[in-house]
Design a binder for this molecule. Structure first.
Ligand code: PXG
Length: 443
């Protein structure tokens, strides 16, 4: 049946194969965002939508930031593109210096990519190559974690632990094993911040070391707080214990900070928040406030230095992307850092954390809710699943919230919130209040 075209919605929705989307369902009932400013999107039907997810966990300084827009506009007019293979341009050198100055310890070098997925695959490749240049090429195994999300490259889905993201794609990387995830509703439901129980789950790494022989293990990768799977803060002491086991056995520890980076927890990065220093760190998203795609991999000095022993005319790492260190991304990254600094956004999640936590946990007795989890400015509200229909209830709640003017995300039967760091207390109340009302109306 022909339906009247919707204002602001293109007539042909067929050609674009949308990512991570139920295409037919969406195209039958599309939801378009047509502009954005600060904390709000405008929908195609002219409604203001409060952005409870910072886009996709990425617009940390809010939308349409003038300083970033102007920096990108000036850059595109001056130098639209320049290669970074055997050539240089100023932006990425300045950005790498500013970023590494911000990082703790000797995370002194930055490799640029265009996304979190590329940052993860780059980090895994650097880990393998690092051992090889030191004569330990026998370290080929990579360890991830169940329910981990590390993007969608073959490396990322191999170490990742989201079943749906893996099962369509064949054999993946060989030589990969996984730690158990840390989600334990029985022990830890309704924890505030890091749950009390579960540090012992880090000992899975010791078991894998004993199973595989430590001399075969290159690296372990985890999200300090698992995001995509529905916000799982690490149990108290868990990350420290992982660090200790890695140190005992010469295994590199990789933190995937694609979500936790750039102020999400109330510190610039999760490494500071938890007081645990990884050997390699990935980031993306907030790096440019999502204005231009960019990811980065940071490595400790010793890792970079290990590659610098070959003859000086040799390429040290046979890896990089056409758009690694793209001028527009570098300009956006520098301007985003200025905004974060000028507005104190890296500590804002700390200032708002208690209010956000109380507001999230205000849902404890709402209908269907079986868990509320939070840390910094990220929260997961888990619902009881409908029998045989995992995800249906949370998706319905997501739709109701959207209709009521709040953007959240649903994953399985968990609703997540991760707003821009400029969010106000009143807007936090609006987000969770809207969800509470939605839950009261769905079965
Ligand atoms: N690592 C982590 C920890 C991520 O959260 C990636 C890597 C991959 O980044 P790119 O830029 O390649 O997408 C991510 C991305 C969701 C959602 O709904 C999460 C992400 C992306 C899209 C949706 O939770 N995280």
């Amino acid at each position: 049946m022909a339906t009247a075209p919707l204002a602001n919605v293109p007539n042909n929705l067929e050609s674009f194969w949308m990512p991570f989307t139920a295409n037919r369902q969406f195209k039958a009932n599309p939801r378009f965002l047509i502009d954005a400013k600060d904390m709000h999107y405008t929908s195609h039907d002219g409604r203001k939508i409060l952005d409870g997810m910072a886009g996709l966990w990425c617009v940390n300084a809010g939308h349409g930031r003038r300083e970033i827009i102007q920096a990108v506009q000036a850059q595109v007019a001056k130098l639209d593109f320049a290669p970074s293979f055997q050539m240089g341009h100023p932006g990425p050198f300045e950005l790498a210096a500013r970023l590494t100055a911000l990082l703790p310890g000797d995370l002194d070098h930055a490799f640029f990519t265009n996304s979190g997925s590329e940052a993860v695959d780059t980090a895994l490749k650097i880990a393998l190559a690092y051992h090889r240049v030191r004569g330990e090429g026998g370290r080929f195994r990579l360890i991830g974690r169940e329910r981990g999300y590390h993007g969608v490259g073959f490396g990322g889905i191999s170490v990742g632990g989201m079943v749906a993201n893996r099962k369509q794609f064949g054999t993946l990387l060989t030589g990969v094993d996984h730690l158990r995830h840390t989600h334990d509703l029985e022990q830890n439901a309704f924890s505030r911040g890091e749950p009390a129980k579960g540090a012992h789950l880090a000992d899975d790494l010791q078991r894998l070391v004993e199973l595989h022989d430590p001399a075969t293990i290159a690296a372990v990768i985890v999200e300090p707080v698992a995001g995509s799977t529905g916000v799982l803060p690490p149990p108290q002491g868990y990350l420290k214990r992982l660090r200790e086991i890695c140190d005992r056995h010469g295994i590199l520890l990789i933190f995937d900070e694609v979500i936790t980076g750039f102020g999400r927890l109330g510190a610039p990065f999760a490494t500071e928040y938890f007081g645990v220093l990884p050997d390699i760190m990935t980031c993306a998203k907030g790096l440019t406030n999502a204005t231009v795609p960019m990811g980065a991999v940071f490595v400790r000095k010793g890792i970079y230095d290990a590659f610098m022993n070959a003859p000086e005319n040799m390429v040290e790492l046979f890896h990089g992307y056409t758009y690694s260190a793209h001028p527009l991304a570098a300009a956006a990254g520098l301007a985003a850092l200025d905004v974060y600094k000028a507005e104190g956004l890296f500590t804002r999640a700390k200032e708002l954390g208690k209010h956000f936590e109380d507001a999230a946990h205000g849902l404890k007795n709402a209908r269907h809710v079986v868990d509320v989890r939070n840390i910094g400015l990220m929260a997961g509200i888990e619902l009881d699943s409908r029998p045989g229909k995992i995800g249906a209830r949370a998706y319905e709640a997501f739709l109701k919230c959207y209709e009521a003017g709040v953007l959240s995300r649903s994953v399985g039967d968990t609703l997540t919130f991760s707003p821009p760091l400029i969010v106000t207390k009143a807007q936090i109340d609006e987000m969770f209040g809207t969800l509470a009302k939605a839950l009261a109306t769905i079965d």
